[in-house]
Design a protein. Sequence first.
Length: 365
Amino acid sequence: MAPCANPFAPTSAILSRMDAVTLTRQLVDIESITGNEADVGNYLYGELSRLGYQTTKMQVEGARSNLYASLPQQPDPAVVFSTHMDTVPPFIPSSEDAARIYGRGSCDAKGIIAAQIAAAERLRHENIYIGLLFVVGEERDSLGAKVANEWIANRSTPRPRFLINGEPTGNRLALASKGALRAEVTATGKMAHSAYPELGESAIDKLIAALALLRSMALPSDPEVGPCTLNIGLIEGGRAPNVIPDHAHADLLYRLIGPASDLRRQIIATAGDQVKVEFPLEIPFLRLRTLDGLPTMIAAAFTTDLPQLLNWGQPVLIGPGSIHVAHTEGEYIEKQQLHQAIDLYCEIAKRLTADATQSKDSLCF
């Protein structure tokens, strides 16, 4: 496919709706599976710099870098738009029809990048100056977000007051973002010939018993946020069909709706002493800010970078697209939602900027 024309020019006044569509496709067509974000980061760095933003690369790992961009008129903005540049595999190039843009990252989250840049440009011409933070690694371990959080904490300049993070929420403000608790359950046994099982000790039998108990364990629920959920995502073990297995392992993921301390204790007690339970990852649950008059969703059941970005201000979560098509072969974003998102980001940024200004003024005597 022939490359799309560059939608930006230094003299452009405002990104048009068609420009946001074109930029989305350009970004989708740059492969940026987690760990390989350097090319898309370099592309955005060049475009934002040409638009006049003071753009900084925050090195994360090797050639991978976050980007932070602000305008000279307000180098320390009160409000920052943010999302991630990486995608899950496999790479799927862009295509479009009258209603949708398709391709890997179209809704998660390259269309969101395009909408946020378009909104920032529109606000710029209303003398409202917004920061832009685009990070790597969200789909794996939030490494980019962790680096960004430390970076802003170590600056001597004023921090942002609000962070508007983009994920596919159907353009509705999320009331909360579920956390995640990963549990690794391991069983050990003794190998033997399968014709004489009494001479061995099956690790798989132990693991199956523990998993059955964990699946039947009651999980907490919240009337506003919804239930905590469990997914047994990986099971492995054994040597061969005719060998009593001496090792078995399972990876579990709980979606949190509150603190994890009680749940951890409950998991360990329920699994029993025939297995070992470890917790290699926890992403905390967050309640989020909403704004009167704007549509909301009960909670984002998926995890986001927000728990790792709290030094960037009070978090807001909203973006175009459906999480139900993210990570699928047919991932897409509705063009109408992309256009609506630009308007929504502008409205939210204006209201939060006004809140920040009023709060600052109230401190002046």
